[in-house]
Structures are given as C-alpha cells and as structure tokens.
Design a protein around this ligand. Sequence first.
Ligand code: GRF
Length: 207
Amino acid sequence: MSESKFTIGVLASGRGTNLQAIINSIEAGIITAQIGVVISDKKDAKALERAREHHIPAFSVDPKAYPDRVAYDTAVVRILTEQKVELVIFAGYMRLITNPILEAFPNKIINIHPSLLPAFPGLHAQRQALACGAKISGCTIHFVDAEVDHGPIISQVSVPVLEGDTEESLTNRILIEEHRLLPRVIQSYVEGKLSVEGRKVFQNGAI
Ligand code: GRF
C-alpha cells in the first residue's frame, strides 16, 4: 500500500461483483485510489477471494464473536482506521450498522442499492419492483446514514422493467449499471467533487 494514495475500504457480504468493478477501475487508472482493506461478515464471501487474488488485505470478521452490533462495528472501525481508510464503500454489505461506524466516517460511507430510492429499500429490491408492476427501476448510490437505504442520494441510473422480466434478468440489467456508476462516483469523491448539505449532494462536474 502506498502512504500517499487515497485509501478506500470495502465492506462486502457476498459475491463481490461491485468490488471487482472497483478493482478493475483502479487497475485501469479510472479510480486514482487504492483499496486498503476488504472486510466481510461472511468468511466464505467470494468478495474476500477476489480481494486476495489482487493482493488486497482481506479480513472476515465473524459477528458471532461479538456480543452485539455496536461491539462488532467497533471492531470493524478499528480495522478500517488501522488501514488509514478515508472512504468506506458498502458493496453488497448486508448488515445493519450502528453509531460507531457512522461517527467514525460521517458522510464518508457510500452504499449502492438496486432500485431507484426511495422506492424499494431493503431486501429484494428487484423482486419488490416486479411485484408492484414498476415500469422503471435502476440503481442508487447514496451516502449512508442511520436508516437503511436512506441517506443523501449521490447518483442514480434508471433501467426499464421489461415484460417477461424475472428477478434474475432485472437484477442483471441493473447490475451492469451498478458496475458503471459506482467507479465514477468513487472517483468524483476521490477528486473532492462531492459535497453534502442536509439531504442534498452537490457535485462539481458531472458524474
Ligand atoms: C448489488 O445489487 C448491490 O446493489 C446490493 O447488493 C448487491 C451486491 O452485489 N447492495 P455484488 O456482491 O457486488 O455482486
């Protein structure tokens, strides 16, 4: 790890395709930062494997080893701080978070969600979109606050919901856009182009 480079920490619970998009963008020079650490609450997460393949420090932190969510998040913050992380990305991170992490990284945590928030927060956003007959869905990248899938919206991309879509086909259509948008948002942050006032995010230059 370079001392001088902007350092990102990624938290991921699953397959890690968004993590992979970040890694690819760093390797292509599209994101001018480094990933200091990847942390997962699941020891078998494919995201950890992806990190290790690219020689990125990767830790699994087992929730069962901690008495409660606050203690868990305190341990996660310790690792992020040790690695000098300046921006945290939740890339498919499936845990509810608590104050220690929010206080350590105020407006410095970014989440990606597979719907156009505030529609369809929470689990199975694509299933929710299909169930209510939405004609458009998409993805949202937002700063994280104390409520689930709720904080100030940074950027969104829409995709059509097509007749005959399954949860899988809609998920895949949205995922393509997630992988495009997330690296661009991260680079805007790294370049200091994003500012937050209340619930609004202002960007100096297009994302
Ligand atoms: C993505 O759809 C993201 O929007 C949501 O969780 C999924 C993670 O996918 N928060 P992956 O692990 O990055 O492949």
